[in-house]
Write a protein that binds this ligand. Structure first.
Ligand code: RFL
Ligand code: PHB
Length: 394
């Protein structure tokens, strides 16, 4: 058994855990980050692509924004499409100049890992069987196995940043928190294709056959999604079927056409909303997907993860600097205001854009009426735009 000691133990090297480690380092606070997977896996895992203005500002402020500023694609608008017509929501014009940046989550992760490795941060990959104890004492402990060796870290605080199936969350007695959950009766089949995007902004499309999304990663790589059945397996979706559905669902009346190319990656993602309250127990603080999940339609998951750890990092810094625990005590309530706003927005976008199995024709009429309203009313478009680019104070 190896025994280690640190100030903050972080479980999970996703955007939340890595960003927190970096924020703490900048405050002179020592941490050990424990990750189950290997470095290559973490750096290649394809996920989110949209950074809100606040996330971009945070990554820049903590000194990991250089490549994002060089390679990220700044978007000033997004499109909503229905009945064969595309309508632009002018994000920046409607929000006093705010924008989103399209930059892959795995690129954010790569930049954060490189920064940690650069200054010799304690980043431990391939750690199995994480187990937490003594959470309500001043010296909580994280135990895990690495390369067949049992290890134990004693620390002041634990940050549970281990994603939606969080082992850290499971360490909290069930009576100490409440959860809210909604499962949606559809999934997203996503592909990454080696072909230039067919449009320079993101398109969210309502279609009788189901939702479709056109996004991108770089000027040479397109990211696309189609709504599919939650029980669908990848085998049911050969490349040709995916392109056919995309072409039908993204078609417009003006003759626009979708660029097709080799499919580099294909996966299916279930859609779920989930929140736990409070996001804390004793000296364990949960952040990101470990505490809340949104369906990807609002592009909020990674942004919420970054927003949580900004609050947590600053609260821990204050505690170490002055002994003041008030910001830590407020951690959960201050995050949950933003979380619930994003939960609502993500549910709203999801409900407006997807076909629900067995729905009556009335439902589709309501969705189309809502879409038309967002695209014609400045007030409604502004509401969508300010939520999409991210609200500072909610
Ligand atoms: P992550 O990224 O899941 O990282 C958790 C890390 O913890 C590790 N881990 C463990 N380590 C040690 N011991 C254990 N027992 C462990 N269990 C897990 C995992 O290996 C992993 O490295 O959580 P984090 O940091 O909270 O970040 C959350 C985001 O990843 C997530 O919200 C987004 O990807 C969601 N999301 C989107 N978010 C956006 O902001 N904008 C988007 O455009 C967007 N698009 C998406 C998305 C998610 C998608 N999928 C695949 C769910 C599109 C899709 C298709
Ligand atoms: C993506 O580019 O992967 C993406 C974009 C917008 C979303 C979700 C995912 O709402």
């Amino acid at each position: 058994m190896t025994r280690l000691q640190t100030q903050v133990t972080i479980v999970g090297a996703g955007p939340a855990g890595l960003t927190l480690a970096h924020i703490l380092h900048r405050h002179g606070i020592e941490s050990i980050l424990i990750e189950r997977r290997d470095r290559e896996y973490v750096e290649r895992r394809l996920r989110a692509g949209v950074l809100e203005q606040g996330s971009v500002d945070l990554l820049r402020a903590i000194g990991v924004g250089e490549r994002m500023d060089r390679e990220g694609l700044v978007h000033h608008g997004v499109h909503l499409q229905f009945e064969g017509e595309r309508h632009r929501i002018a994000l920046s014009d409607l929000t006093g100049g705010r924008a989103i940046t399209v930059y892959g989550q795995h690129e954010v992760v790569k930049d954060l890992v490189a920064a940690q490795v650069g200054y010799g941060g304690a980043l431990m990959f391939d750690c199995d069987g994480v187990h937490l104890r003594d959470l309500t004492t001043e010296h909580p402990v994280v135990r895990f196995n690495r390369g067949g060796v049992e290890q134990e870290v004693q620390c002041d605080f634990i940050a549970g940043c281990d994603g939606s199936h969080s082992a850290c969350r499971s360490a909290i007695p069930a009576a100490q928190f409440t959860t809210w959950e909604r499962k949606y009766p559809f999934s997203w089949l996503g592909i990454l294709a080696a072909v230039p995007p067919s449009l320079d902004e993101i398109v969210y499309a309502w279609h009788e056959r189901g939702f479709a999304l056109h996004s991108m990663r770089t000027p040479q790589v397109t990211r696309l999604y189609v709504q599919c059945h939650p029980d669908d397996k990848l085998e049911a979706w050969p490349d040709q079927r995916v392109w056919e559905e995309l072409k039908v669902r993204l078609a417009t009346a003006d003759g626009w056409s979708l660029n097709e190319g080799p499919v580099l990656e294909k996966s299916i993602t279930a859609m779920r909303s989930f929140v736990m309250e409070p996001m804390q127990h004793g000296r364990l603080y949960l952040a990101g997907d470990a505490a809340h999940v949104v369906p990807p339609t609002g592009a909020k998951g990674m942004n919420l993860a970054l927003a949580d750890v900004r609050v947590l990092g600053d609260a821990l810094a204050r505690w170490y600097r002055t002994g003041d625990s008030a910001p830590l005590e407020r951690y959960s309530s201050s995050c949950l205001r933003r979380v619930w706003r994003a939960e609502h927005f993500s549910w709203w976008m999801t409900s407006m854009l997807h076909r629900f199995p067995g729905e009556d024709p009335f439902q589709a009429k309501l969705q189309l009426a809502q879409l038309r309203y967002v695209c014609t009313s400045v007030a409604a478009a502004t509401s969508m735009a300010e939520n999409y680019v991210g609200l500072d104070d909610v």
